[in-house]
Ligand binder design. Structure first.
Ligand code: B12
Ligand code: SF4
Ligand code: SF4
Length: 319
């Protein structure tokens, strides 16, 4: 059997949505990263500056790597009424933290690669200097949409990207060259904070996802008032995308199933909770990143963003 097929079969068995293979050579749009950083769009995510050199030349990440196996991990779940009500948590964060879930199965896939003779099988997902969307596009898995997401035509974009750098001499897939966005601009119009400053360019400092997860300190009022009920992350530019509306299908990864505790409609939840309880209940979820203080700030902003202007007000004085 072809070696690449021997990698893709176990990837499918492990529950990954799709798997493609590409070279660890420099991605063609590395210059866009430099421009993006120079315009200050990374805000306080200083690690993106530190990683830039390796992102632009993935050979520096693992010099012995001859191929990168890229996998997609579907996290989509239909949502309940309660989950839609503010304060809202973005879909990707409603179950166990994907850094753990996806990495566990990538490690298993790495085990298969070793059985096939690999001496190198280094996994990454999110945490690491890997240009994941670009590698996904080059591995034939989808195109980069105007909302900056990697979109797979058969599934939409509700998935995580993981990669394995390996020294196995695998054959590469053809890049996905088409731009299937066409004349659509729904995501650009729907973004409430105008963070998508032009197609495929996101000013993170205006993005609800950045402001609720990465940003420390107070959130500027002019942006917080546009949060549309989100208290952690944001799904708007994914939700309006016709590819998700048509093709998103429920994930079969049990760990990504929504935990009811995150869905319960209790605006006071974080205000009442102490640090011990927060760690117990949310320590293994993405909410750990902003922490208890950050979540209190976020929930206040989310609820204020949906408060009805002018009301409810005290009853008029009838005397
Ligand atoms: C920093 C970061 C953020 C920042 C900035 C996002 C951004 N768009 O840049 C913030 C905090 C805002 C964020 C938010 C989210 N993120 Co995020 N994030 C990252 C991270 C760590 C780095 C991204 C980065 O380097 N940005 C800088 C820009 C310049 O790079 P880029 O987005 O990769 O863009 C490249 C390409 O677009 C390419 N390019 C540009 N134009 C063109 C044109 C063509 C034709 C082609 C082919 C390429 C191309 O050049 C760019 C530079 O190489 C990645 C993980 C990783 N290691 O890559 C996850 C990642 C991108 N995030 C992810 C997710 C799930 C999200 C959220 C959906 C979470 C949520 N619900 O709140 C939102 C989505 C917001 C959005 N529309 O992007 C997933 C995306 C999966 C997917 N289907 O694309 C990733 C890949 C994590 C993962 N391992 O799964 N994120
Ligand atoms: S995640 Fe939300 S705030 Fe960020 S670009 Fe998309 S729609 Fe705008
Ligand atoms: S909403 Fe439209 S323009 Fe935006 S990513 Fe989806 S198809 Fe492309």
């Amino acid at each position: 059997m072809n070696l690449a097929v021997e990698v893709k079969q176990p990837a499918a068995k492990l529950g990954f949505l799709a798997c493609g293979i590409t070279a660890p050579t420099p991605p063609p749009h590395g210059d866009r990263l430099d421009q993006w950083l120079a315009r200050g769009y990374a805000g306080t995510m200083r690690y993106l500056h530190r990683q830039a050199k390796r992102r632009k030349d993935p050979r520096l990440i693992a010099p012995r790597a001859r191929a990168v196996v890229v996998v997609l991990d579907n996290y989509y779940q239909p949502e309940s009424e309660a989950e839609r009500r503010p304060p809202r948590i973005a879909r990707y964060a409603r179950g166990e933290d994907y850094h753990r879930v996806t990495l566990r199965r990538l490690d298993q896939l790495g085990g298969y690669l070793r059985e096939l003779g690999a001496e190198l099988a280094r996994p990454f997902t999110d945490a690491g200097p890997v240009p994941e969307r670009e590698l996904g596009q080059r591995a034939g898995l989808g195109w980069i949409g105007k909302n900056t997401m990697l979109i797979r035509p058969e599934s939409g974009s509700y998935f995580f990207i993981g990669s394995l750098f390996t020294d196995l001499p695998l054959s590469f897939d053809s890049p996905f060259e088409l731009d299937r966005c066409g004349s659509c601009t729904r995501c650009l119009e729907a973004c409430p904070t105008e963070a998508l400053v032009q197609p495929r360019v996101l000013d993170a400092t205006r993005c609800i996802s950045y402001l609720t997860i990465e940003h420390k300190g107070a959130i500027p009022d002019s942006l917080a008032e546009r949060f549309e009920g989100y208290a952690f992350g944001c799904d708007i530019c994914n939700e309006v995308c016709p590819w998700n509306q048509r093709f998103a299908a429920p994930s079969n990864v049990p760990e990504f199933r929504s935990r009811m505790v995150l869905a319960e409609h209790d605006p006071e939840l974080f205000e009442r909770m102490d640090q011990r309880e927060f760690s117990q209940r949310f320590g293994d979820t993405p909410l750990e990143r902003p922490g208890l203080t950050g979540m209190r700030r976020n929930v206040r902003a989310a609820l204020a963003s949906v408060a009805v202007p002018g009301g409810p007000s005290p009853a008029p004085d009838e005397s």
